[in-house]
Design a protein. Structure first.
Length: 304
């Protein structure tokens, strides 16, 4: 049934309904793309996942895009059915009203802000997609492979023996530093095997330190049984701590990752860092073979 009003009030009601619809659409899309820090829990991130799902990188899942398009469309169709006459009369009135033009400009500005939100999400998704699943490198480590001397960001975490570990633990001998999590079934098992093979070949030339990407589940109490199931040397360390502290340090170290709020799994770079005996980051490798790790350690023992 179509609702009708007097001729004077009909255009005003129709105009208000159109504005209400436009604002509702902007709020809906703004909520979907409002940027939240990667890997951090928040009520906004949880609500976004519940409404729109999430792909690696934070973009909405298929059902999320359906919600973003179908909900506004159904709302508009409902308004057209219920207020057909009012909406038809509102359009000419809007074209000749300065107030409505100002309101339209404000809505357009809000839309531009939301495009910025979406750009942040798209940029993050592209970064994760480009770094998460790189093929394994082959051949010998090139002589020209760049060497750095970057300092490790300060931290204070806990290992599987309950001991506090800080950046001072990296002083004294080279370190092979990597980032995995216990529930990982994709790149982590292969990365652990790479670390194990390189450790066997190196003997005691370097220590192995692993930092969890999932401190929510890899708590200090679970580290010992996790390490017992990995074929790593006895002096290897697995580190965890308060989720906020771990996430903040991973950000400072430039470890790209994206956490699925529903499953808890983390899409991440199969990253290995080789530190020299002074605790400086000499090499960064993305999914390296064991030979690269071994050669990186041996080069790190030499002065640059």
């Amino acid at each position: 049934m179509t609702v009708t009003l007097t001729a004077g009030r009909a255009p005003l009601l129709g105009a208000r309904l159109l504005v209400l619809w436009a604002v509702a659409v902007l709020v809906w899309w703004g909520f979907a793309f409002f940027p939240t820090p990667p890997g951090h829990e928040s009520w906004i991130a949880a609500a976004q996942f519940a409404c729109f799902g999430s792909l690696p990188g934070g973009l909405p899942a298929v059902q999320g895009w359906m919600m973003l398009t179908l909900a506004p469309l159904m709302m508009l169709v409902s308004l057209l059915v219920a207020f057909q006459a009012e909406l038809r009369e509102a359009l000419p009135a809007l074209r000749h009203s300065r107030g409505w033009c100002t309101l339209a400009l404000a809505i357009a500005c809000l839309g531009a802000v939301e495009l910025g939100f979406a750009a942040v999400r798209v940029t993050r998704a592209v970064r994760v997609a480009n770094t998460s699943f790189s093929p394994s490198l082959t051949g010998a480590l090139p002589e020209s492979y760049p060497r750095a001397a970057d300092l490790v960001a300060p931290f204070a975490l806990v290992d599987q023996r309950g001991r506090e570990v800080t950046a001072a633990a990296f002083d004294g001998r080279p370190t092979v530093l990597s980032f995995v999590f216990a529930h990982c079934t994709t790149v982590c098992p292969a990365l652990i095997q790479t670390l194990a093979r390189s450790s066997r070949e190196l003997g005691g030339e370097a220590q192995v330190v692993i930092v969890t990407l999932d401190p929510w589940r890899d708590t200090p109490a679970t580290l010992a049984p996790t390490m017992a199931g990995w074929p790593l040397p006895e002096d290897a360390r697995l580190l965890s701590g308060p989720p906020d502290a771990v996430a903040r340090w991973l950000d400072e170290m430039g470890v790209a990752r994206e956490r699925d709020l529903k499953s808890g799994d983390v899409t991440h770079v199969p990253l290995v860092m080789v530190l020299d005996a002074q605790g400086r980051i000499a090499y960064r490798f993305n999914n390296p073979p064991a030979d690269w790790v071994v050669e990186g350690v041996r080069r790190a023992r030499q002065r640059p």
